[in-house]
Design a protein around this ligand. Sequence first.
Ligand SMILES: N[C@@H](CCC(=O)N[C@@H](CS)C(=O)NCC(=O)O)C(=O)O
Length: 219
Amino acid sequence: MALHLFYHPFSSYCWKALIPLYRAGTAFQVRLVNNGDAATDDEWRRLWPLAKMPLLVDDGRVVTEASIIVEYLDRHHPGSSPLIPSDADTALEVRALDRFFDNYIHAPTQAIVGDRLRAPETQDPVGVAQAHDRLETALGWLDAHMDGRAWAVGDAFTLADCAAAPPLFYSDWVHPWRDRFPNAAAYRARLNATPEMSRCIKDARYFREYFPGGAPDQD
Ligand SMILES: N[C@@H](CCC(=O)N[C@@H](CS)C(=O)NCC(=O)O)C(=O)O
């Protein structure tokens, strides 16, 4: 099989790449990393020394960064509806929202989780407080943006929604927010109910006990 995805089922950025694969029903070779298989981990690090997942390899072509993987899949292994709109200005809006979700929802969520993995003497309470503030501001903006909308941009599911679904899922675990931002919460629920996200959530359930600080007993 030509298409290989190096990933872990519990990784939020990997969900972002899995969503378009599942949507399109694209067959791919599962390459589980950080899961006890040293040979696969070595191959992953050799292909991408920064050792970030997801990593896509298509017939030897290495594709890094989740946003680029989604765009690559949309171009080379498309589903029935495009994830990047054909209208150039709408495509810019989609990419802007993709950056919003990565930089202002995903990054602070990762910062809070990452801090929990540090030894107490190297923890960074100031950075964690800033991450909570950043999340609160970003979610407030998103709540107003989602008023009257089903998806992040226009009427169709796009790259922006692939970017939104994983960090909206996990951010609520570390910074419970759903009662304060009802439009964003309804959007999160809509995303979680898609077949692709339902599959990601189900496949990751086994790993929940490893969530730093403990996973809440809810999706
Ligand atoms: N900018 C990267 C971020 C990917 C990322 O942070 N992936 C995490 C998992 S969610 C990872 O690789 N963690 C492993 C590590 O940092 O060692 C992207 O968009 O793909």
